[in-house]
Design a protein around this ligand. Structure first.
Ligand SMILES: *Cc1c(COP(=O)(O)O)cnc(C)c1O
Length: 342
C-alpha cells in the first residue's frame, strides 16, 4: 500500500558496492536530498548498521538533520562546502573554491574539512590552476579528504573517465591525504577509481547505473473508483482522451502533486496489475490518474506505478528522465511504509 521502501535492500546495495571496493577502500553513502527522496531518518540508520561510517549530504541543514541519528562516530561531509551562515558544527565541508577555503579557515580554524578539485566537470571545486596556486597552503591546513567527481562514469567506455582519473592523480599524488573520486558509476569502473573512499548514492537506492541493485521502492496507488463509459465519451480534463470502445476506467489516487509528471500522460505511462500493464488515459490531475482497465478480469484494490514490473529507471524513462529525478520527485503525501526483511 502506498510507497514502500525496503531498508534491507538499501543495506544490501551498500554491502554489494562495498564488496566491489578495492583493498583499503572505505565505502561511504551519499544521502543528499533526504536520501534521494526516500527518507534520511530511516535510510541513514540502515546504512550505518550495514557498515557505512562516512555520509555525504548536500547542505549543512541536511547534515544537522542526520547528526543526532548517527552519533559522533560517523563523519558527515557537506558537498555544498561552507556557505555563509551555514551551521557547520560537527560537519565536514567539502570546500569547493578558494573563497570557501578562506571563509572556512577564518571562521573555524581547527574544524575538519575536505577539498573538492574540479577535474573537468566544470561545476564545483578548485580549478586546477587555483589548486596549483593554493595547494601548499591548503595542505598545510590539514584536509581530511581530497575529492573530485566524474561526469560520465555511467558510460564506462567514455574516455573522459580515464582523463579525469589521470588529472586527479596528477593533482593529488604524493599529498598523503586520503582521496575520493568514485560515485556509484565510478565504483563500477574498477579499483583504480576507488582511492581511499567511495561515494555511492543512487545505487544504494536501486537506481542505474548499478544494474545489479536490489529494487528499493514500490509505489502502489489505491483504486478509488471504476466506471464503464461508452464509445465517444471522454476522460479527464480537456476531454483529452476519447473511448473507442466500451471502456472500463479506473481512477487511482496519485497525481502531479505527488511527483508524477503531468507531461508523462501522453508518453505511454502505465500502471501495473502484477505483470499486466494498463495504459494511463487522459490527463494526469493534481490528485488522480485514470487508466483503462477494460482488459483486466479483476481490478485489484491498487495498481502499481513503480515495482517489480516497472523499475524506477523504466518508469523515469517514460517521461524522458532518470531514476535519480524520479526518486527525488516522489511526493510527501503517499502513505510511506518502511520494511526491513533482514
Ligand atoms: C550526488 C553525488 C554523488 C553520488 O552520486 P551517485 O551517482 O548518486 O552515486 C557523489 N559525489 C558527488 C560530488 C555528488 O554530487
Amino acid at each position: 500500500m502506498g510507497l514502500t521502501i525496503d531498508l534491507s535492500a538499501i543495506a544490501a546495495n551498500w554491502q554489494a558496492l562495498a564488496a566491489k571496493a578495492g583493498p583499503g577502500t572505505r565505502t561511504g553513502a551519499v544521502v543528499k536530498a533526504d536520501a534521494y527522496g526516500l527518507g534520511a531518518a530511516r535510510a541513514v540508520p540502515a546504512l550505518q548498521a550495514a557498515g557505512a561510517q562516512d555520509f555525504f549530504v548536500y547542505g549543512a541543514h541536511e547534515g544537522q538533520a542526520i547528526r543526532p541519528v548517527l552519533g559522533t562516530g560517523a563523519r558527515i561531509f557537506v558537498l555544498e562546502g561552507h556557505v555563509p551562515g551555514a551551521p557547520m558544527e560537527g560537519l565536514i565541508p567539502c570546500l569547493a573554491s578558494p573563497e570557501q577555503f578562506f571563509r572556512d579557515r577564518s571562521t573555524r580554524p581547527s574544524g575538519q574539512f575536505a577539498v573538492q578539485i574540479d577535474t573537468g566537470m566544470n561545476r564545483v571545486g578548485f580549478a586546477p590552476a587555483a589548486w596549483a596556486d593554493l595547494r601548499a597552503e591548503v595542505l598545510a591546513a590539514g584536509p581530511v579528504l581530497l575529492m573530485s567527481h566524474l561526469y560520465s562514469a555511467d558510460v564506462p567506455e567514455d574516455p573522459t573517465n580515464a582523463r579525469q582519473l589521470a588529472l586527479f592523480r596528477e593533482l593529488t599524488d604524493g599529498t598523503g591525504v586520503p582521496r575520493s573520486l568514485a560515485a556509484t558509476g565510478g565504483v563500477l569502473l574498477g579499483h583504480e577509481y576507488h582511492f581511499d573512499l567511495t561515494r555511492p548514492g543512487v545505487g544504494l537506492f536501486g537506481g542505474l547505473p548499478f544494474a545489479d541493485a536490489m529494487p528499493v521502492v514500490t509505489l502502489d496507488l489505491p483504486v478509488i473508483q471504476t466506471r464503464w463509459i461508452e464509445p465517444g465519451e471522454t476522460v479527464g480534463y480537456g476531454g483529452a482522451w476519447t473511448a473507442a470502445r466500451r471502456t472500463r476506467i479506473a481512477t487511482v489516487s496519485g497525481g502531479y502533486a505527488d511527483g508524477i509528471p503531468r507531461a508523462a500522460a501522453g508518453r505511454g505511462l502505465k500502471l501495473w496489475a502484477g505483470e499486466t500493464a494498463v495504459p494511463v488515459v487522459g490527463r494526469i490531475s493534481m490528485d488522480t490518474i485514470t487508466c483503462d482497465v477494460t482488459d483486466l478480469a479483476d481490478v485489484p484494490a491498487e495498481l502499481s506505478l513503480i515495482g517489480p514490473a516497472e523499475p524506477i529507471d523504466a518508469y523515469a524513462a517514460v517521461f524522458g528522465s532518470i531514476g535519480y529525478e524520479a526518486l527525488t520527485a516522489l511526493g510527501r503525501r503517499y502513505a510511506r511504509r518502511y520494511v526491513d526483511n533482514a
